[in-house]
Design a protein around this ligand. Structure first.
Ligand code: DGP
Ligand code: NA
Ligand code: NA
Length: 215
């Protein structure tokens, strides 16, 4: 009898970046690319504004409600925890999951507020134990290039002071983080897409798809 093939799990691919770096359109392109290759693939984004917790986050981001900095931080984290199990199940069943923003945005945007009791270290704690990405792609963009792509949107955090701090903190955490691919998102959409495809193909080729997803 032929021996059963061990189940190959999917990869967990996280895409991070500043506002206006083109994250969402690149995530869609990556999803289409992988599915054309015949890989089962799912694209999700955080915050997921559709859940009850997500609705609180949405109202906060639109400026319709106020939240204590720690409280909103924990809600963003809870919004990831509420789908953690379903991410693990998708991955275990062989589906590659592309995630638009994850724990890195989580810690960086909160710590950027320079609230004296909300350090990067504090901000990491509720993220510990979430599914660990196999690859994180960081879409970097200069302030000049971002400005060319239009003005700031109306949401909370979309202002010069916040974006400058967020840029610095992303740099700080990605300097010491392994498994991060820094992509120059100032290039053309197609150039960025092909760099992303190369990094993802490399990750999938290197990873041990018979070992479970990390935490
Ligand atoms: P987006 O829908 O991707 O534009 O994200 C909405 C905004 O929320 C964006 O400015 C980044 C910010 N954000 C995303 N995740 C988190 C998080 O976990 N914590 C905090 N404080 N902000 C976040
Ligand atoms: Na945004
Ligand atoms: Na976005």
């Amino acid at each position: 009898a032929t021996q059963a093939q061990p189940t190959r799990r999917g990869a967990l691919i996280v895409v991070e970046g500043l506002d206006r770096a083109g994250k969402s359109s690149q995530c869609e392109k990556l999803r289409d690319y992988l599915s054309q290759q015949g890989s089962p693939v799912k694209y999700i984004r955080f915050p997921d504004r559709t859940t009850p917790i997500g609705k609180l986050i949405d109202s906060y981001l639109r400026g319709s409600s106020h939240q204590d900095d720690h409280s909103i931080h924990l809600l963003f984290s809870a919004n990831r925890w509420e789908v953690a199990k379903s991410i693990e199940e998708e991955i275990a069943s062989g589906t590659t999951v592309i995630v638009d923003r994850y724990s890195y945005s989580g810690v960086v945007y909160s710590a950027a507020k320079a609230n004296p009791t909300l350090s990067l270290e504090w901000a990491w704690q509720p993220e510990i134990g979430l599914p660990r990405p196999d690859l994180c792609l960081f879409l970097g963009i200069s302030p000049e290039e971002a400005a060319k792509r239009g003005g700031f949107g109306a949401e909370r955090y979309e202002n010069e002071t916040m974006q400058t701090r967020v840029r610095e903190l992303f740099r700080t955490i990605f300097e010491k983080q392994n498994g991060v691919s820094i992509i120059d998102a100032g290039k053309s959409i197609d150039e960025v897409a092909s760099e992303i495809q190369g990094a993802v193909a490399g990750c999938i080729a290197r990873m041990d798809a018979t070992a479970p997803l990390g935490k």
